[in-house]
Design a protein around this ligand. Structure first.
Ligand SMILES: [Zn+2]
Length: 346
């Protein structure tokens, strides 16, 4: 099952860079990328969420679960990639398989936009939904747009998807969480043949379902959204740049920083105003998407480090006097960088 573990790392944990584009890079407003210590392994165990995800796949049986890892069919990524390319309007978006998270997510999004000192009205919030696998037109378009498949090849593979959904009832016609186990922030981009893609945050229904299964349904949607918003703050500051390549130490920094931005907003009285009990759950939400892949360029920090980053962000909001003061996005990033060395000792 090693390749399925790899698949989890590749698809389930937030991918924050959309590197397929070759557009011009905007100059960073302020260069604030310090020298970073290399990643040194620290004690680490896989948290419950990836184990839950793998249990889902084990219950499918080996044959069905290995289809998920097939690098020609890309069935685990199609819904996400369709959303990346073609969901370019925030209108009529619903979150959760039955729309159950729509209101809490939209409400939090409005709060985030007014909280942080940056232009953010252009960012749209969209869902990745497994029902697209039943829509042949969408499947063909996604194979062509993201994977570069010819018209013929895209149609052949679209037929395969339809057959697979019929053959494996475990797939729930695409509604199984494994097909949308993702979260993503991407900057605005112009793509040939597609056109303008706006600044975007994507939340997958499957990830929400996973957290719900672990008892975090009331907290995880807000936490995920606030974390992804943190990546847009990083784009604004030039900490993240379109098309940049990440290595373990840079990936870890931006992910832990995004956790801290999220915690600061969620606990701040002018933001989410969550109390200690809620913030404990937020730290567990991020703990659950930490990883032990110290050498992976997508390394997000260990579960313990993610919890520590969250708790630091919480304390930064809690210790603040007066309570109606909000740190600027730049000041916050600098404070976080000054603390990063201590956070990664955890
Ligand atoms: Zn992230």
């Amino acid at each position: 099952m090693k390749n399925l573990n790899h698949l989890f790392v590749a698809t389930a944990i937030s991918l924050i860079l959309f590197t397929g584009c070759e557009e011009k890079i905007d100059s960073p407003v302020i260069p604030i990328n310090p020298d970073l210590a290399e990643v040194e392994p620290t004690p680490c165990e896989n948290p419950p969420l990836p184990l839950w995800y793998l249990q889902q796949l084990y219950s499918w049986g080996q044959e069905a679960s290995f289809i998920l890892a097939d690098t020609n069919i890309h069935i685990a990524d199609l819904a996400l990639m369709h959303t990346v390319y073609f969901e370019n309007s925030a209108a009529n978006q619903i979150f959760g398989p039955n729309g159950e998270y729509t209101e809490q997510i939209n409400q939090q999004f409005n709060g985030l936009k007014s909280f942080w000192d940056m232009e953010s009205d252009q960012i749209i919030l969209v869902a990745s939904r497994g029902s697209m696998l039943e829509d042949r037109v969408k499947v063909v378009k996604t194979y062509q747009a993201h994977y570069g498949y010819s018209d013929h090849k895209a149609n052949v593979y679209a037929d395969s998807i339809a057959t697979l959904l019929q053959t494996y009832p475990q797939f729930l016609n695409g509604q199984h969480p494994a097909f949308t186990f993702n979260q993503l922030a991407i900057p605005d981009t112009i793509l040939s043949r597609i056109g303008q893609i706006p600044d975007k945050i994507i939340i997958g229904d499957g990830l929400l379902q996973g957290y719900e299964a672990l008892g975090y349904g009331a907290i995880a949607p807000q936490a995920i959204l606030a974390h992804e918003f943190g990546h847009h703050i990083q784009y604004e500051l030039g900490i993240l740049i379109k098309g940049m390549s990440l290595i373990p130490k840079t990936a870890r920094r931006i992910e832990l920083m995004a956790d801290a931005y999220a915690a600061y907003f969620l606990s701040h009285p002018m933001g989410g105003a969550m109390q200690e009990e809620g913030m404990q759950q937020v730290s567990e939400v991020f703990f659950n998407i930490g990883d032990c892949s110290f050498e992976a360029n997508s390394h997000h920090g260990t579960p313990t480090q993610r919890k520590a980053a969250t708790e630091w962000g919480y304390r930064a909001a809690n210790d603040l006097r007066p309570h109606d003061q909000i740190l600027s996005i730049l000041e916050f990033a600098r404070m976080f960088d000054a603390e990063l060395e201590n956070i990664v000792k955890q």
